[in-house]
Design a protein around this ligand. Structure first.
Ligand code: ADP
Ligand code: ZN
Ligand code: ZN
Length: 747
């Protein structure tokens, strides 16, 4: 049988489509056009279904070319175009930027950045709605006999000459059957309309009046107002409770008044119903939220509403940075230092950094806000790259509480608590207030130990101890999630004297419940809040204001407004003090300051007790006496001397394999290749490693690192791209898992 449309009949004049496919390979794939072109013609941004090996996959046309490296006869044709209009251009730009910056495959990046529905090949709905109306050819008064429901629906549609959507019809109590009967009789018909809701709100933009700003807030807002039409990167360094959110709200108001869109990023832990409610109370226009609770169709809906400009205010966590914007006005990144903005696997992007790049592309302002800015952003504020704005006073007028360091050495503890802390808790409860006890470890105790021989419960798959849990009783590894029953006796020496070592949230909860039997103790960690909503329920109860004790991990430390907490106790501040990771100190100082910020947010001043084995540590005393801002500036000086970020740029090659030899071989070869390249190119890039990862064995896989650093970003990127090209061709790289992390946040 003759083929009507063989590749040859498409001849030499048809363009070659260069398509990005969801594959880790950092290249495009060439195809011939499908027989029927999309309505917009072949152009970049159109999704296509293509044959790939023996499967069909969905990709995106990236470019049109006249020639391919392969002869035309060897190219396969696209099976089908899936869109009649290209995906949004700003989104496509962002994906291409992201893939290039993070040295990731473009096809993977696109797949990651688009809603699941589009990834699966569903159409972009284009927001059409089906309306039912009387058919123009129907008689004026048809006879319905005993079909009274049909007669009633006919009458209803008579009252709505422009038609009614199906949902409104069923809301009137009609079922689908009645509708189809009338349609089959040709009395009514369906009509599709495109929804074009007004971009500017009808009536008032505000549902609730803005708060009158204090002098500092007003100064910050007017600085932001100065340049709404340009790229204007700003860092707001504002103590917790200083009214940053109020400033964001009024900035968004100004932007929305011009009919432009605001994209607000919040940390994973920060997108609470409280936060959302606060935004929604203020505005009369919909505030669309992108969070993990959305269904796939809902997510696509938000995406499209943003892409066509109907949505003026979009708020979401990390991945919301990939929301297309028809009319971008501002991007706001709240708690910009938060670790959840960095994706830790696959496409390892940083949403805050992409926000700045995106704002530059759109030539709009970007606002980074934090009480504890990252050293990266702070340095740019200090050197003038970003406009540096300050909020030093709390709206409640109480200055944030100072940290009081208390010495853990040589002292008896109960459930991790010093006698002085227990005393302070007693007084606070007596005064009718609430106490937050912060402990960064869930479970009953960090491990189980034999008192006779020193044996400790270790994970069989990781270089780590297993955590003792009591509810339910078991040993669990927090790195690989493996579980074991509690042993009755020591597996090494048979002694029955097994003891819990140290304290976790469960143990502190138990101790406090014993000490204060008449007080409610809420434990808030990943185990106690597994059920959806339970966290929100607890927060609601706490906000009622009864005196109570809250024992929690960092879930509690951030974001929540806990107005009745006047005492915060930090069980142990030492986690980040002597870590091998150069960022550990920065991150633990941020966490301590954020925890401390929970105390005394409302009318009453607060107290923060910080227990430590190192009360004389210079970093800790600096934090306690002068706050995060002072410590951060000291840390910047140290980083500058050590040529660490933000004074240099880093990339981290991670290599992992169940076979230690395979991982080591590849890491060594990669490092060797880099050293050669650096030598022959006389490149100033530094290469360190391979070194074992801080936890070398995790989930029975061996992890090794090779670290690249350079004083200029362009130098680093050149080396990184050479490395990736080498890895893609290396035979040994196929036997192990590897990934390149640009600007790694932890080593
Ligand atoms: P941040 O985002 O800096 O932590 P918020 O914006 O949440 O601070 O403000 C903290 C508290 O102060 C909130 O209860 C808020 O309603 C209140 N607040 C903020 N600005 C003002 C203001 N100008 N006048 C009165 N109260 C304010
Ligand atoms: Zn033993
Ligand atoms: Zn483990």
């Amino acid at each position: 049988m003759p083929r009507t449309l063989s590749p040859h009949t498409l001849s030499d004049t048809s363009p070659i489509l260069r398509v990005a496919l969801p594959s880790p390979l950092r290249r495009l794939f060439d195809y011939l056009p499908a027989p029927s072109a999309p309505a917009c013609g072949w152009q970049p941004g159109v999704r296509v279904q293509v044959p790939f090996g023996r499967r069909e996959v969905i990709g995106v046309v990236i470019a049109l070319a006249e020639k391919s490296e392969l002869p035309r006869a060897q190219l396969r044709a696209v099976s089908e175009a899936l869109d009649d209009a290209p995906l949004p251009a700003d989104w496509l730009w962002l994906c291409r930027f992201t893939a290039r910056y993070y040295q990731h495959s473009l096809g993977d990046t696109l797949a990651h950045a688009m809603p699941a529905r589009l990834r699966q090949g569903h159409p972009m709905a284009g927001r059409t709605q089906t309306l039912w109306q009387r058919s123009p050819t129907a008689p004026a008064a048809p006879a319905f006999g005993r079909a009274t429901r049909q007669a009633e629906l006919w009458a209803l549609l008579g009252q709505h000459p422009h038609g009614l959507p199906g949902r409104a019809i069923s809301a009137h109590g009609f079922n689908h059957d009645t509708l189809t009967r009338l349609a089959q009789k040709g009395l009514i018909e369906a009509r599709d309309i495109t929804l074009t809701a007004p971009a500017s709100p009808s009536g008032h933009l505000l549902a609730a009046p803005a708060l009158p700003l204090n002098r500092e807030q007003a100064a910050v807002l007017s600085a932001l107002h100065e340049k709404l039409e340009n790229f204007h990167p700003c860092l707001i360094e504002g103590v917790t409770g200083s009214g940053k959110t109020e400033v964001y709200l009024q900035l968004i108001e100004a932007v929305a008044t011009k009919g432009k869109q605001s994209l607000v990023l919040v940390p994973e832990i920060g997108l609470t119903p409280q936060t959302l409610a606060r935004f929604r109370r203020r505005f009369n226009v919909p505030v669309l939220a992108l969070h993990s609770g959305l269904t796939d169709p809902e997510r696509l809906d938000v995406w499209e509403a943003a892409a066509n400009g109907r949505a003026l205010i979009i708020i979401g966590t990390r991945s919301a940075i990939f929301t297309p914007l028809a009319n971008p006005g501002v991007i706001i990144v709240d708690e910009e230092h938060d670790g959840s903005y960095k994706q830790q696997d696959g496409l390892r992007y940083h949403a805050r950094d992409l926000a700045v790049a995106r704002a530059h592309h759109h030539q709009i302002p970007v606002v980074l806000g934090s009480a504890t800015p990252s050293l990266e952003s702070l340095q740019r504020g200090l050197d003038g790259t970003y406009r540096h704005l300050h909020l030093t006073q709390r709206a409640s007028r109480h200055p944030p509480a100072k940290l009081e360091l208390t010495d853990l050495r040589h002292q008896r503890r109960q459930g991790g608590l010093l006698p002085s802390a227990i005393n302070a808790i007693k007084h606070t409860l007596k005064a009718g207030k609430q106490v937050l006890i912060f402990i960064n470890r869930r479970g009953f105790a960090p491990t189980l130990a034999c008192h006779a021989c020193g044996w400790m419960a270790e994970c069989g798959a990781c270089d780590a101890r297993m955590t003792l849990h009591r509810q339910p009783p078991l040993l669990a590894c927090h790195h690989c999630d493996s579980r074991r029953a509690l042993p009755d006796a020591c597996p090494d020496c048979g002694s029955g004297d097994l003891r819990a070592l140290g304290a976790g949230t469960e143990r502190t909860e138990e101790t406090l419940q014993g000490l204060f039997p008449d007080t409610t103790v809420y434990r808030i960690d990943r185990d106690s809040t597994r059920r959806k909503d339970s966290f929100e329920q607890i927060i609601k109860e706490i906000q009622r204001g009864e005196p109570c004790l809250l024992v929690g991990t960092q879930m509690l430390a951030k974001g929540h407004h806990l107005p009745h907490v006047t005492l915060v106790v930090v069980i142990n501040a030492d986690g980040g003090l002597y870590s091998a990771d150069f960022r550990a100190l920065e991150h633990s100082a941020q966490l301590l300051e954020q925890v401390a910020g929970r105390a005394g947010r409302a009318a009453d001043p607060g107290r923060v007790l910080v227990q430590t084995l190192h009360p004389d540590d210079p970093h800790l005393t600096q934090l306690a006496e002068h706050g995060y801002g002072a410590l951060a500036r000291d840390l910047l000086k140290e980083r500058r001397i050590a040529q660490l970020p933000p004074f240099s740029f880093m990339a981290l090659l991670r290599v992992e394999s169940p076979q230690v030899d395979a991982a080591t071989t590849l890491a060594q070869e990669a490092a060797h290749y880099l050293h050669e390249w650096i030598y022959t190119q006389q490149s100033p890039v530094r290469c360190l490693g391979p070194v074992p990862a801080p936890m070398e064995r995790r989930q029975n896989r061996y992890h090794l690192h090779v670290i690249l650093s350079a004083n200029k970003r362009s130098q680093l990127h050149q080396a990184a791209s050479v490395l990736v090209q080498w890895l893609e061709l290396s035979r040994d790289a196929r036997r192990v898992r590897w990934s390149l992390d640009i600007d790694p946040q932890s080593l």
